[in-house]
Design a protein around this ligand. Structure first.
Ligand SMILES: Nc1ncnc2c1ncn2[C@@H]1O[C@H](COP(=O)(O)OP(=O)(O)O)[C@@H](O)[C@H]1O
Ligand SMILES: [Mg+2]
Length: 511
């Protein structure tokens, strides 16, 4: 990293190291950001981004290295210290009190005497105006959208007078339009002289919003580059450590025909609230139906209800004219309907952690079990083939999957479903946290399935990927389908509007 800049950095990390048990989450990391600058922190899942930022906000303490603010070494032993030093962090999971208003949340935990409510409201509105935030100080958190809650988090930090702002994957929960609003706020902060660090996986966002990019790989700071002088291709290569090709195919399938019909599907969430409200769609053989939506729009309920894991409240799921309602998960698998869901924390992915790949394959191959004797030989062969085909890094197919890295576990998970020769393959977030190469391996696999005539439903997060890979895209918002569109025709903006609740006719009609 060059130190040719005469301006003093707002915050600098020098040789920061953090170890959790046997994992070196940060390995002598260097990073600095100046006032009036937006720095993107880029790296694959698990590369140590959140850990590093948590040390700047006083949640973790470094095992080695220094943190300097305005050129002076500091010890940040708690979030209160961070507050006092002018550091504010917007976490991935918001820390707001739902039953309180925006205003109450904003002042929560501030020291000293609070101004009178009237004055407080004026202060908050003044900050909002200055930075272009849209907020009603009296609105309760539970009445707000995710994007509004994020705005409250930002205000909370600004109210405390933070000059150094850290945002951990803030756009993961936003539609493209909401992301643009957030970026406008960040640019305004930069104008006002704040130092901003933003974590995002999305390369187009990095290119758009940042001045410089620091890349972490496996806990180490690999390089810092000037955004204007780099490209998504170069950033990807820095991130994964080798050359990559970024191209997604969309092969044509001869004769897509309807296979799975979902009629007026209603499903409840575990808390009794509506998870899916009157969902209707068809899934065809030989297509990839992409499913878009901000996190928590009903994706989980859709997967789980088709897989028979949660009850259908109303409506029907017809597979070759047979209703799946009331069938057990095993019966549904035996009909050839397979699902793999990678949750946000990547735990509970439907594998038994203490077992090796072979036993995990056996667990799911009900179709092949004849009588009480499980056939280990074919399962072992299958596991070995998968290791080769998907480039799974494991010393042995019998090593407990808990000892494998998250990305490799994910490949096992999807690979197992594919090896069972499904007719319908439902896959949710299959590339979550995978490196770029592995992601493209997965896209290829899905395309191969489609070309074999499998009906593929792909629930994704990255709209660019959804638009490139899918044949059609179904958009979910608050448990409802707001549109089903041709992926070759739709734009990111149109999908974004539907993700926020606009109807298909409204969005696609004004072309
Ligand atoms: N509290 C913790 N305990 C143990 N390991 C952790 C903890 N937090 C993070 N890790 C590990 O540290 C590494 C870096 O994680 P993290 O900083 O969350 O990465 P990123 O934010 O880049 O995805 C990962 O291997 C993760 O499993
Ligand atoms: Mg993280």
């Amino acid at each position: 990293m060059s130190d040719t800049n005469t301006e003093r950095p707002a915050i600098a990390c020098k040789g920061i190291t953090k170890v959790f048990g046997t994992v070196v989450a940060n390995d002598s990391v260097d990073l600095q950001v100046k006032y009036g600058e937006i720095l993107a922190l880029l790296g694959e899942n698990g590369s140590g981004k959140t850990t590093l930022m948590n040390m700047l906000s006083g949640i973790y303490h470094p095992d080695g290295g220094q943190i300097l603010i305005d050129g002076k070494e500091v010890v940040i032993s708690s979030p209160i210290d961070a507050d006092a030093l002018g550091i504010g962090m917007i976490h991935q999971h918001f820390k707001l009190v739902e039953v309180q208003s925006a205003m109450e949340n904003i002042v929560l935990g501030t020291k000293g005497k609070l101004p009178k409510t009237k004055q407080l409201r004026r202060d908050i509105l003044a900050i909002s105006e200055k930075f272009g935030l849209e907020i009603n100080p009296d609105q309760k958190i539970y009445e707000m959208s995710v994007s509004e809650k994020q705005t409250v988090e930002i205000l909370k930090v600004l109210y405390r007078g933070a000059r150094i702002l850290i945002l951990d994957e803030p756009t993961a929960v936003l539609t493209p339009q909401e992301t643009q609003k957030l970026f406008a706020i960040l640019r305004k902060m930069r104008e006002e002289g704040a130092a901003v660090i933003i974590i995002t996986h999305k390369l187009n966002e990095v290119m758009e919003i940042s001045d410089r990019v620091t890349i972490l790989r496996k806990g180490k700071s690999i390089d810092t580059v000037i955004t204007k002088e780099t490209s998504p291709q170069k950033l990807t290569e820095l991130m994964v450590g080798h050359e990559v090709t970024l191209e997604i195919r969309r092969p044509e399938y001869e004769d897509p025909s309807d296979l799975l019909h979902v009629f007026h599907l209603k499903v409840d969430k575990p808390d009794g609230s509506a998870g899916l409200k009157d969902v209707n769609f068809v899934l065809k053989r030989g297509e990839i139906l992409g499913v878009a939506g901000v996190a928590g729009s009903g994706q989980k309920e859709l997967c789980e209800s088709i897989a028979g894991l949660i009850p259908v409240k109303e409506g029907a799921i017809l597979y070759e004219k047979k209703d799946l309602k009331g069938k057990t998960p095993n019966e549904i698998i035996n009909m050839g309907i397979h699902m793999s869901f990678v949750p946000e924390d990547r735990l509970g992915m439907g594998l038994v952690a203490s077992m090796g790949m072979v036993d995990n394959m056996l667990l799911k191959s009900y179709k092949n079990t004849k009588g009480p004797f499980v056939r280990r030989k074919p399962a072992r062969k299958m596991a070995k083939e998968l290791v080769k085909k998907l480039d799974i890094k494991t010393p042995s197919v019998d090593m407990p999957v808990r000892m494998m890295s998250g990305g490799n576990v994910q490949k096992v998970l999807l690979g197992r479903e594919i090896e069972s020769r499904p007719n319908v393959l439902i896959t949710a977030y299959p590339v979550r946290g995978l490196d770029i190469n592995s992601s493209y391996t997965i896209y290829d696999l899905l395309n191969q399935q489609k070309q074999k005539g499998v009906a593929v439903m792909f629930i994704g997060e990255d709209l660019d990927v959804l638009l490139a890979l899918s044949d059609r895209i179904m958009v979910l918002c608050h448990g409802e389908v707001t549109g089903i569109v041709d992926a070759k025709q739709a734009t990111k903006e149109q999908i974004g509007l539907m993700m926020a609740g606009a109807g298909e006719r409204e969005v696609m009609g004004h072309e």
